[in-house]
Design a protein around this ligand. Structure first.
Ligand SMILES: NC(=O)c1ccc[n+]([C@@H]2O[C@H](COP(=O)([O-])OP(=O)(O)OC[C@H]3O[C@@H](n4cnc5c(N)ncnc54)[C@H](OP(=O)(O)O)[C@@H]3O)[C@@H](O)[C@H]2O)c1
Length: 411
């Protein structure tokens, strides 16, 4: 059987009946980490239109006015900012919006919000910084809707040791799609023996079809112009390099406990099919919807029920062309590199991710060419001798080493 972290159970109080009727019982309470970001604001949009309660919010501290407005609108009990220097401005903004929640500061404050009493925690923090919150929420027994894939990828063994079946719900659209395909295939869909392959789709990003020589002069502005998805800046750059797809292959391996040679990536520029499961009988189940992150967010927050009217469905009265093509590993070597670090396991995925976070930052600041991102990540990975990732100290030690080495190489 699958070691299936994404179980059908879900948690928390009742919310929506299977027929979509909204439950009049106590609303499910949500803690939202990264509330001011792309995932965070879309989650609040879903929450505002359904019967949820927001218990607490956390963010970095870069957008205090937005955070204060959110705190006031959802009458939250607590707000945390990772940057303690943002607290005075946050308090002023809270007062201006007539809100008076408990204010917490620093990484400890964010970790406190991650274990704030609630039915479900949504981790929408970006990057390796999300690891502490993921582990804290799981350890406290919270159901965790995980957008912050990096925490699973870098802390794989730690997260898997803590997460009980049904406690971890994917928010990434591909993994939400894979989970839906497995559920849709009935009870035997959760049996590894009937699954031949997981097929993860990729839009191909803004540079699909280009070869390596055509990528030499790519600017941040060009890389930030994603053809189908509107997302935060780091994941948008990661989509342009396809590092995001590499991270998602590791995420699929960890969530669904399936070997890397049974996880395929296929380029699907329209971003309508969000992933597929191929079964041993030759049948393939696919999940289709327009590209809208509110769907996987709503599915995780409302799990195991579906919320009504989250997003318009595919319009079948119009003609559509859906195309699929193989990944170009020459122009985009990041997915093959991710498979390699995923197979190595231990601290190797943390090094891949940390080096990438530094390189993306250097690219955005103009210190590194676009092709230098994955070239530098590959070099840092090649210099790393993977160790165990059985403790937070081991993971963060590798993460720090990779950041320092990537900084040296991009200076
Ligand atoms: N956006 C998408 O469509 C999408 C799709 C699939 C998966 N994901 C994943 O979801 C995660 C979030 O992505 P995003 O696009 O929403 O990123 P984003 O727009 O950059 O938002 C990041 C959020 O994290 C907050 N934050 C930063 N550092 C923090 C810290 N130390 N502690 C607490 N909060 C912190 C930011 O606060 P400030 O505003 O104060 O900086 C912001 O609220 C990533 O792991 C990404 O890969 C995103």
């Amino acid at each position: 059987m699958f070691c299936f972290l994404v179980g059908p159970s879900g948690g928390g109080s009742g919310l929506v009946h299977d027929n979509g009727r909204v439950d009049s019982e106590t609303p499910r309470s949500v803690v939202l980490l990264g509330s001011t970001g792309s995932i965070g604001t879309q989650a609040l949009d879903v929450i505002a239109r359904n019967r949820f309660r927001v218990a607490a919010l956390a963010a970095g501290g870069g957008r205090v006015d937005l955070l204060a407005r959110q705190a006031a609108q959802f009458e939250v009990a607590a707000v945390a900012v990772a940057d303690p220097l943002a607290v005075p401005a946050l308090k002023e903004a809270l007062a201006a919006h007539g809100a008076d929640p408990v204010v917490l500061a620093g990484p400890e404050g964010v970790a406190e919000v991650a274990v704030w009493p609630c039915d479900i925690v949504l981790n929408g923090i970006t990057g390796a910084l999300g690891l502490t919150s993921t582990l804290a929420a799981l350890e406290a027994g919270r159901v965790l809707a995980l957008a912050n894939k990096e925490s699973l990828i870098i802390g794989g063994p730690l997260v898997k040791r803590l997460a009980k079946p049904g406690q971890l719900l994917p928010v990434d659209s591909e993994h939400s799609a894979l989970a839906q395909c497995l559920w849709a295939s009935g009870p035997s869909g959760a049996d590894l023996r009937v699954v031949r392959r997981l097929v993860v789709t990729a839009s191909g990003g803004p540079f699909r079809g280009r070869d390596r020589a055509d990528l030499v002069d790519v600017t941040p502005e060009m890389a930030l112009n994603h053809p189908t998805w509107s997302m935060g800046p780091v994941i948008t750059i990661n989509s342009a390099t396809l590092v995001n797809k590499g991270l998602e292959v590791i995420e699929a391996h960890l969530l669904f406990d399936i070997p890397f040679d049974r996880i395929e990536v296929v380029v699907h520029p329209q971003s309508i099919i969000h992933s597929m499961v191929e079964f041993v009988d030759g049948s393939t189940v696919a999940q289709a919807s327009p590209p809208d992150m509110r769907l996987p967010i709503a599915l995780a927050l409302g799990h195991p029920s579906r919320l009504p009217e989250v997003s318009p469905a595919v319009d079948w009265t119009r003609a559509h062309t859906w195309t699929f093509e193989p990944l170009d590993d020459q122009a985009f070597p990041s997915v093959a590199l991710a498979r390699q670090v995923g197979e190595q396991g231990g601290t190797a995925p943390a090094v891949y991710n940390a080096a990438n976070e530094v390189c993306v930052d250097a690219f955005m600041k103009g210190f590194l060419p676009f092709l230098g991102i994955v070239d530098t990540v590959a070099r840092v990975v090649s210099e790393h001798i993977p160790g165990q990732a059985e403790s937070v100290a081991e993971v963060l030690g590798a993460d720090e080493w990779a950041r320092a080495r990537a900084r040296e190489l991009t200076r």
